[in-house]
Structure formats: C-alpha cells, structure tokens
Design a protein around this ligand. Structure first.
Ligand SMILES: C[S@@+](CC[C@H](N)C(=O)[O-])C[C@H]1O[C@@H](n2cnc3c(N)ncnc32)[C@H](O)[C@@H]1O
Length: 217
C-alpha cells in the first residue's frame, strides 16, 4: 500500500478504520502526514502508544469526526470498507472520502470478491483456531455464521466471534460485513464523484479480494 501511494506522489493520507495504526505507522516512517480515524478506543490507544505516533493525528471516532480534512489519499484496509453494511451509510462514507480529497486525489480500499463467498469457510466445523496475541498470550478464537441475507447487489453476513484468552476471559463480538458486487461498488464510487482507475487483485489474497483504486473527479 505505501508503495502504491508513493507511485501517485501522495504525501498525506487519511486511514479510515485505522485499527491499531499499522498502515499509518508505515506511512509515518516514509514521511507522510497521517490522519487515522477509528471508533474502537482500545485500538486507537494502541496506535497512539507506538513510538513516533505523536507525528500523526489519531481521531477516536467516525469518519465525520475527522472532517474537515484535506489529504492526497484516503485508505480503507482489510475489511473496513465492508463494515458499512447499510447502502446509505456506504454512500455517505464515500461522499466524505471524496470531501477529504481534491480533484486527482486517490481513494484505495479492499473488498472481498463477493462470488468467492469467503464466509462459507469461516468457523468451518465450528473448530476454534489458536493464535499468539503477544501480551495477551494464546487466544482460542471461534466464529459462527449467524445470518446471511442475499440481496441483488450485496450479501450481508452477520457472524459472532468469540476469543477466549489464556486467563479464561471471553471476548464476544457480533459483526456484519457487506459483500458487494463489483458493479455496485463501481456505481457507488461514480455517484460519490470518483472515477475507478483500477481494480487490482490483492497480493495477500489473490483471487479472493479486490483492491479498488479510484480517482476524485
Ligand atoms: C478489519 S479491521 C481493519 C483495521 C485496519 N484497517 C487494518 O488493516 O489493520 C476493521 C476496522 O474498521 C473499524 N470500524 C468499524 N466500524 C467503523 C465505522 N463505522 N467507521 C470507521 N471504522 C469502523 C473497526 O473498529 C476495525 O478497526
């Protein structure tokens, strides 16, 4: 992603749903002016604790809380663009991304390829998977698909994730992700004032995820 932004000559970026600030910190290291916005307090606090974090603006909240702002590029990495399940909410987010850019600025985000139906393999056989969460130790994580709603241009997938920490504490989160058709994403970008310059295959999930690159017009 940083290489991609550099190839456009971008020097500043707004990362929407920045999580723990992984991308923001990579950009800071490359001399970017960075704004990260994230509604989950624990995640943005982690972003703020990384050495050098004070060179960025970290906003605890939603995209509207970071506005007005002008940057050369807006990013939404991992599943962030898919959390906007409601069509009006999604349209509003794209409009706000556009407001953060001048003509020629870039919006880049990832989205799962709808037809792959990745959610079908989530929580397969109901078995938890284990991972090392550093400070928190070994975590056992399990996912259950609660509901899938098929609409003409989108599949809405609601799932419950339960992480069990080594202390025995359980963290339960219910989420809904929107698996939109490529044509509906392109149409929504057009309405918001973008021209889709490219739809790339994601290097980390080839054949399973698109990377949309849109230019503000
Ligand atoms: C899959 S995580 C990706 C985090 C980060 N972009 C990364 O790649 O590591 C999705 C992020 O979107 C955030 N999110 C959820 N609802 C949001 C909203 N309405 N506006 C902005 N971000 C949101 C979540 O809190 C979470 O940090």
């Amino acid at each position: 992603m940083p290489t991609c932004l550099m190839s456009w000559g971008a020097r500043s970026a707004l990362d929407v749903g920045c999580g723990t600030g992984v991308l923001g910190h990579m950009l800071l290291e490359r001399g970017y002016r960075v704004v990260g916005v994230e509604p989950a307090g624990a995640m943005i606090e982690r972003a703020r604790r990384v050495p050098g974090a004070d060179r960025a603006r970290w906003v605890h909240g939603y995209l509207e809380d970071a506005l007005p702002v002008k940057v050369d590029a807006v990013t939404m990495t991992a599943n962030t663009a898919m959390v906007f399940a409601d069509d009006d909410q999604w349209a509003g987010v794209l409009q706000r991304c556009r407001a953060a850019l001048d003509v020629g600025g870039h919006l880049v985000f990832e989205a799962r390829i709808r037809e792959v139906e990745a959610w079908r393999s989530w929580g397969e056989k109901g078995l938890p998977h284990q991972f090392d969460a550093g400070h928190y130790g070994q975590v056992s994580s399990s996912t259950t698909i609660d509901e899938v709603t098929h609409r003409a241009q989108v599949d809405l997938v609601t799932f419950t994730n339960i992480d069990e920490l080594s202390s025995g504490e359980q963290i339960r989160a219910v989420s809904t992700l929107a698996f939109r058709s490529r044509s509906s994403i392109e149409a929504a970008l057009g309405v918001a004032g973008f021209d889709v310059s490219e739809v790339r295959d994601a290097p980390d999930r080839p054949g399973r995820q698109w990377v949309f690159v849109a230019r503000a017009i």
